[in-house]
Design a binder for this molecule. Structure first.
Ligand code: HEM
Length: 186
């Protein structure tokens, strides 16, 4: 990553960039990408797997789809992802800081029926066409606009591939009949 960033900054190597040298900017950009990309992706994967374990009919459907699209003896690669439907699942003056409550927006009962239920099939039926890339404001897990997550593409590929391969290669079950706890806390 540092080599790629260095090539972008080649012409600016002797320039003063807001008081920071190129090396500092590269290091802080790498740090921001690593810090912004690690926990978010792991948490998204852990939540998805927990919700699938608590909704075994959805997991079974996803695994059936993987068997059909990929085949039993192959690992999932990027070429398969587009065919895996079941997994797809203001003007404001300067200096004003706006905090959006994404949790509330994404659970608005006037938009989402039974918002607390894990129903990925809604994205194939009632909410077909709603995506997570910042254009549909009812679902913006990566935020939207100028400060949208710059890691969105890599996160989506990584999540799809990891989730698809885990579901395809393993039979995962809960350790007991107790549902996996998915209550949130701060
Ligand atoms: C499921 C995974 C991810 C989710 C849900 C997610 C979500 C978000 C959200 C909501 C923001 C905006 C935060 C704000 O406005 O305060 C953001 C910003 C950011 N994300 Fe992600 N992200 C994910 C993965 C990644 C990955 C993989 C990377 C890097 C490779 C990354 C790098 C960043 C960075 C650097 C910012 C700050 C952008 C800025 O301030 O202009 N994220 N992310």
């Amino acid at each position: 990553m540092d080599t790629m960033l260095l090539s972008l900054f080649e012409d600016a190597i002797d320039e003063d960039l807001d008081g920071f040298d190129v090396g500092t900017i590269i290091k802080s950009t790498c740090l921001a990408m690593l810090a912004g990309g690690s926990d978010t992706t792991v948490v998204a994967l852990a939540w998805t797997l927990s919700l699938l374990l608590n909704n075994s009919h959805v997991m079974q459907k996803a695994q059936e789809e993987l068997d059909i699209q990929v085949g039993r003896n192959k690992l999932v690669d990027e070429s398969h992802i587009t065919n895996l439907i079941e997994l797809l699942v203001a003007t404001i003056s300067l200096k004003v800081r706006v905090l959006f409550n994404l949790w509330k927006i994404q659970r608005d009962p006037t938009v989402w029926s039974e918002p607390d239920l894990f129903k990925p099939e809604r994205f194939l039926t009632t909410h077909k066409g709603v995506d997570v890339k910042g254009n549909n404001f009812e679902l913006i897990p990566f935020s939207s606009g100028r400060r949208i997550c710059p890691g969105i593409s890599s996160a989506l590929v990584l999540l799809h591939l990891t989730l698809a391969n885990v579901l395809h290669a393993f039979e995962i079950t809960r350790p007991s009949d107790e549902p996996i706890a998915v209550t949130e806390s701060l």
